[in-house]
Design a protein around this ligand. Structure first.
Ligand code: 1QQ
Length: 405
């Protein structure tokens, strides 16, 4: 009787997952045979929750591009031991409520096995607790604030924290100009990531024996920075460090240069996109940004990823695309591993989600961002970091991230 009940659940489940896929299966239904292979599932839905609208889309659309490449790439390899994955995209827009809505839809309506996202840490602090309560694994692919994996046991990340990435930018600035003494710090005070990042920058500045000559605050929605820029220029800084997002950050850089600041500028992770270039144009030239990815990292999967990205976009892949690809890759490889021990279509969705989370946390992955693994808490263990500097072309309309040694 108990066994029969188990079979009934399994039958319901394989139907459940197949229905969740929103397509009809091309193969005959299994009538709930729990020993049947995952070939009987139409596909395996994985949620992608990035900002596709609002100012935050300047960052989120790079995540979308990386995830799409991963879907095509892993499905060409046969997906999950023969069953394709299907990415379900829900737009988080730019705020917490947008991310919460996207997560709720992915979890309850789209019935995904796990979620890659959201774009901002600020959104993660609002939306991740929902996934945690529902027992749905979340892999953050661009959340770098302190405290993300600590939200809960279903939350991990492939985006290394600013605490380990950002200090590299200060080392690079000091290498370019060893005379730096006075530093002006700017940060957006309405955003969790930027508050976390400026904490790291300010601690590092002090550790290096440099002076924080002024700290100026703004909002990610601001466009006019005249008063903060004037305050900063008055203290005659040798280095400016900005923690903001790309639209506000780009305008701030522009106004710093227009009002006469000539020294080095470090931008944080929120400025880490070539979508910044149309905002500050020629005045973006020279911005230093720490990187958790280099297109030149030489391993087979990065070489494949780089080639596919370049074919589609005619430029080098950015960090947020590589991290999103990596998030999907971790789900794919963990699903393959799990399916080898327990056929996925024998698991009810809640069990599948839980076992997927347990499996992904114990794996080792060779990815476009290098070899990675997770601490038991879900924090990424990543080996290599880089620093890039923006070089604008003479016309001021195009430019690129060049990597420093
Ligand atoms: C965070 C970030 C963003 C700037 C990435 C898009 O690092 O919010 O944590």
């Amino acid at each position: 009787m108990k066994k029969l009940f188990g079979f009934a659940i399994a039958a319901l489940m394989s139907c459940f997952l197949a229905v969740a896929c929103g397509q009809t299966s091309s193969t005959a239904p299994t009538n709930g045979d729990p020993t049947a292979s995952t070939g009987n599932l139409t596909n395996i839905p994985i949620g992608i929750a990035f900002a596709q609208t609002s100012n935050v889309a300047l960052l989120g659309q790079e995540g979308v591009a990386g995830a799409k490449i991963a879907e095509e790439y892993f499905n060409k390899q046969g997906g999950i031991n023969g069953t394709p994955i299907r990415l379900v995209f829900q737009d988080t827009a730019g705020d917490e409520q947008g991310a919460i809505n996207a997560f709720n839809t992915l979890i309850s309506q789209d019935k995904v096995v796990g979620i890659v996202g959201p774009t901002l840490s600020q959104q993660a602090f609002g939306a991740d607790p929902i996934a945690e309560r529902a027992g749905v694994p979340v892999i953050a692919a661009s959340n770098t604030a302190k405290g993300i994996p600590q939200i809960g046991k279903y939350i991990s990340r492939v985006s290394a924290p600013v605490a380990v990435v950002a200090p590299n930018a200060i080392d690079a600035a000091l290498k370019i100009n060893p005379q730096i003494k006075k530093v002006a710090v700017f940060y957006a005070q309405n955003d969790a990531f930027n508050k976390s990042e400026t904490g790291t920058f300010q601690e590092t500045v002090k550790q290096k024996g440099l002076d924080i000559a002024t700290v100026q605050t703004f909002q990610t929605t601001d466009t006019d920075f005249q008063s903060q820029v004037t305050n900063a220029i008055n203290v005659k800084p040798d280095l400016v460090i900005i923690s903001g997002l790309s639209s506000d950050g780009g305008n701030l850089v522009k106004q710093l240069r227009e009002l006469g600041y000539k020294g080095l500028i470090i931008g944080g992770n929120g400025l880490n996109t070539s979508n910044l270039l149309p905002v500050c144009k020629a005045l973006c030239d020279g911005i230093i940004i720490a990187q958790a990815y280099s297109p030149e990292l030489d391993n087979p999967i990065n070489n494949d990823f780089r080639k596919l990205y370049k074919e589609q976009n005619k430029k080098e892949p950015p960090q947020f695309s590589a991290q999103a690809f990596t998030g999907v890759q971790v789900f794919v490889e963990a699903l393959r591993t799990l399916d080898k021990t327990t056929k996925l279509n024998t698991l009810a969705l809640p069990d599948l989600r839980t076992q997927l989370n347990n499996t992904l946390l114990t794996g080792k992955y060779i990815t476009p961002i290098g070899e990675i693994s997770f601490t038991p808490e879900g924090e990424i263990d990543q080996k290599q970091f880089f620093v890039a500097q923006i070089k604008m072309d003479a016309d001021g309309n195009s430019g690129r991230f060049t990597f420093l040694q």
